[in-house]
Write a protein that binds this ligand. Structure first.
Ligand SMILES: [Zn+2]
Ligand SMILES: [Zn+2]
Length: 152
């Protein structure tokens, strides 16, 4: 599905979106938050907090874990990134969704993640929940398999 694409454009779009979201909500995209977002957008593969921490640190400066976790919390809360639970790692948000939770196609070969929003799927999930008298508070789904690129 995902062809070789101009990833610089993905990063540019993501940073522009972050600036827009922050401006709308009167929030500050501090240099650390921006840097963490940029690092997460290095690729479409989930990145662990530990790796972010390493990349933010240099010989002269060791970044402290709380700084990174605070930035991650901020980005998560504002739907700029997502946590992929099965990898315990983070990816940039690729879609516009306020209420709907995302579905993630996760390739077990190359680790790339593709995020999609499927209103139909959400409706079915809510219907199924209703039947059970169950009140879902999130309907995120992580689907593992092989991406189109790796299947070729
Ligand atoms: Zn998203
Ligand atoms: Zn793949």
């Amino acid at each position: 599905m995902r062809e070789r694409h101009r990833h610089n454009q993905c990063i540019k779009n993501a940073l522009e979106k972050a600036e827009r979201v922050c401006a709308e909500k009167s929030l500050r995209l501090t240099p650390t938050r921006r840097k963490v977002l940029e690092l997460i957008w290095q690729s479409h593969k989930p990145i662990k907090a530990y790796d972010l921490l390493n990349q933010l640190s240099s010989d002269e400066h060791i970044e402290k874990p709380p700084t990174v976790y605070r930035a991650l919390d901020f980005l998560l809360k504002n739907h700029l990134i997502h946590k992929i639970a099965s990898h315990n790692a983070y990816v940039g948000c690729e879609v516009n969704h306020d209420e709907m939770d995302s579905k993630f196609f996760i390739c077990d070969q190359c680790a790339e993640v593709k995020e999609v929003c499927e209103p139909k799927l959400d409706r079915s999930l809510l219907e199924a929940s209703k039947k059970q008298g169950f009140i879902p508070n999130q309907t995120t789904i992580e689907i593992h398999g092989t991406c189109a690129k790796c299947a070729r």
